[in-house]
Ligand binder design. Structure first.
Ligand code: ZN
Length: 314
C-alpha cells in the first residue's frame, strides 16, 4: 500500500562552476559538503551534495556543475525557489552575512507569519531563508555559528503549467492544502522537516533549463518496494515516469507530472552517509563500482575542486 511522503528528500539544481558553487554553499550558507561524486549518467560532470551534519533527507541540495551551460530562465513549469529554514532571531545575522558576501537581498518581508529573505546564488538560483523551527543538526565545523545555522530545507515554490493539476498530484503524494496568501497556496505533509510545497498561481513566462535553474524536487519514500507501486500508479495515469533507478545512496524514480514539474521519489536509505564515517563526509570523490576502474581518467577530466578552504580553522 502506498504511504504518504513525509516531505522533501532533496532539491537538485544546475550551475556552471563547481568551485564557485562549493564556496558559496559551504562558505556563505554554511552547508556541509556531504558527497562529491559524478553524474551517474555522465561521469565527466560532477555531482555535489550539501546538507546538515549527517546528511539527513530533507536537508540536501545537490548540484550538477556544467562549465559551458547557458543561463537558465526561471519560469513555468519549474520549481522556482528553494527555501532554507533559519532561526527566527537570526534574520539580521543572515541579512548582514549575505550582504557581506556580495549578494543582493530582498526583504526581510512577511509571508504566512514567517520572515523571508530572498536572494540568488552566484548562478542565479533563487533562494530564500525563512524563519521557523528545525529538528536538524547543522554542520558543527561550518563557518556559521550553530545558533544561526540554516536547518535544512524549509520549502520549495512551484510554477506549474496547471496549478490545479499539480495540486492534485501533491494530494496524491500526501500533501494537504494548509493556507493561501495572495496567489501563493501552501501544501504540507505531516513530516518533521522539509514538509512544505507552495504553488504560485501566477501567469509567468516559460522557463528554460540551464545554469541557475532547479532541475527537480525529490520527495521521500520509505522503501524501494513503494517505488514500484508509485511507478505503476503513474503509468496507469499516463504520466511520463522513469523506471526505478539505483542511485547508490538511494533508489528513486522520476515523474514529470502533467503540470510540467519534474519530481523524483527517493528512498531515505541507504543514504549519503552509509558508506563513510561522518567525520570524512565529502572529502574524497565517490565513484560507483562500475566507474571505479576509470577513476584516474575521470579525475583528470573533471574541473578541479578545492574542498579544504571553507573549514573553520579556529
Ligand atoms: Zn535527485
Amino acid at each position: 500500500m502506498l504511504t504518504d511522503t513525509p516531505g522533501i528528500h532533496h532539491v537538485t539544481g544546475i550551475v556552471r562552476e563547481a568551485q564557485r558553487t562549493h564556496d558559496f554553499y559551504t562558505g556563505v550558507l554554511g552547508l556541509r559538503l556531504l558527497k562529491q561524486t559524478v553524474n551517474f549518467s555522465d561521469q565527466f560532470t560532477r555531482h555535489l551534495f550539501y546538507g546538515d551534519e549527517t546528511g539527513s533527507p530533507g536537508t540536501t541540495l545537490t548540484f550538477f556543475p556544467y562549465p559551458g551551460e547557458e543561463d537558465g530562465r526561471i519560469g513555468k513549469p519549474q520549481a522556482s525557489t528553494v527555501a532554507l529554514v533559519i532561526p527566527p532571531e537570526s534574520v539580521d545575522y543572515w541579512q548582514e552575512r549575505l550582504n557581506a558576501a556580495g549578494r543582493d537581498v530582498e526583504g526581510p518581508f512577511d509571508r504566512f507569519d514567517e520572515r523571508v529573505l530572498r536572494f540568488h546564488d552566484p548562478d542565479g538560483t533563487r533562494l530564500e531563508l525563512v524563519t521557523g523551527e528545525s529538528p536538524v543538526e547543522p554542520w558543527a565545523d561550518g563557518p556559521v555559528p550553530t545558533q544561526h545555522a540554516a536547518g535544512g530545507i524549509h520549502s520549495v515554490t512551484l510554477l506549474s503549467m496547471s496549478p490545479f493539476v499539480t495540486a492534485s498530484v501533491l494530494d496524491t503524494f500526501g500533501f494537504e492544502l494548509r493556507k493561501q496568501e495572495g496567489d501563493r497556496v501552501r501544501y504540507a505533509t505531516a513530516g518533521d522537516r522539509a514538509t512544505i510545497i507552495d504553488i504560485l498561481d501566477r501567469d509567468v513566462e516559460f522557463g528554460r533549463e540551464g545554469a541557475g535553474s532547479i532541475h527537480h524536487v525529490a520527495l521521500r519514500v520509505s522503501e524501494t518496494a513503494q517505488l514500484y507501486e508509485w511507478h505503476d500508479l503513474f503509468r496507469e495515469r499516463g504520466y511520463d515516469v522513469s523506471r526505478v533507478k539505483d542511485r547508490h545512496f538511494f533508489h528513486s524514480l522520476y515523474v514529470r507530472e502533467p503540470g510540467g514539474i519534474l519530481f523524483e521519489l527517493a528512498t531515505d536509505r541507504p543514504g549519503v552517509t552509509a558508506d563513510v564515517d561522518t567525520e570524512t563526509l565529502g572529502q574524497s570523490l565517490y565513484l560507483p563500482p562500475w566507474l571505479e576502474e576509470d577513476r584516474e581518467m575521470i579525475t583528470s577530466q573533471l574541473p578541479p575542486l578545492d574542498t579544504g578552504s571553507e573549514k573553520r580553522t579556529t
